[in-house]
Design a protein around this ligand. Structure first.
Ligand SMILES: [Fe+2]
Length: 250
């Protein structure tokens, strides 16, 4: 049986050890709880069983547990400049069987670890099947939805360690790829505006209709673009909003 109230208590105790004067620690702590809520919402709207909904929420709670060690050691969210935070998360959970404090039923462990390892991949592992595939898709959607949410309000200082990014160009390759409805590979992201615009590309990898409905209802894409209303971003706005509408109508 999954007891998410207990899992939340264990997580809270774990997170409290970290330095909350660091805005990036604060950001990730808040992100985790919101992702767990969104995962639960998606699973509920997909009309899954109570057990599946509980598992989706638990994976939401655990998916970024590796962020805290990443930030403590490297003080960056950039996996490229540090370590893969999903692998770090699984390592933290496996060490001294820490996972058992969150959930004592071992039958879920493989699904939990695989979903965590897949949550931050550019593309989901195509060999996944059944419940593992389903849960991996849910955490990928929920995580992306909340990343888009936090990009609406977090300062550029916290996100990029810069006061402003709007004066940087969007590289042509990034813009053209965005307007083809494709995600941007990291190697093409040269400027902070490239990174910023590429976040909107997450929308092209969203799996479920309930997820698109949340995006539309919250207006995240519009609000992100409103922060950097350049002509290129306005082009992206038109394309993305049409894409979301089509996915909902589908
Ligand atoms: Fe993550």
């Amino acid at each position: 049986m999954i007891d998410n109230l207990k899992a939340r208590q264990v997580l809270k105790k774990y997170i409290e050890k970290y330095d909350f004067s660091n805005p990036r620690i604060k950001l990730k702590a808040a992100h985790i709880y919101r992702v767990a809520d969104v995962s639960k919402q998606i699973a509920t709207e997909l009309k899954l069983t109570k057990e599946q909904i509980d598992l989706a929420e638990l994976i939401g709670l655990l998916h970024d547990i590796g962020r805290f060690e990443q930030l403590r050691i490297y003080d960056t969210f950039s996996d490229r400049e540090s370590i893969n935070h999903a692998e770090m998360g699984v390592k933290v959970l496996k060490e001294n069987n820490f996972i058992k404090e969150f959930c004592n039923d071992e039958k879920y462990y493989d699904i939990i670890f695989t979903s965590i390892l897949n949550h931050n991949k550019y593309k989901i592992d195509e060999t996944l099947k059944g419940e593992t595939l389903l849960q991996s898709k849910i955490i990928r959607d929920a995580d992306k939805i909340d990343i888009l949410n936090l990009l609406v309000f977090e300062s550029f200082e916290t996100l990029f360690k810069k006061k402003e990014i709007i004066n940087e160009p969007i590289t042509e390759k990034v813009l053209s790829t965005m307007l083809e409805g494709k995600q941007i590979e990291r190697k093409y992201q040269k400027t902070s505006m490239d990174d910023w615009a590429s976040n909107l590309g997450y929308i092209y990898d969203i799996n479920f209709k309930p997820s698109f409905k949340i995006l539309k209802e919250k207006g995240y894409a519009d609000k992100i673009i409103d922060r950097t209303p350049t002509p290129e971003m306005e082009e992206i706005r038109k394309y993305i909003n049409k894409y979301i509408d089509e996915k909902i109508a589908d």
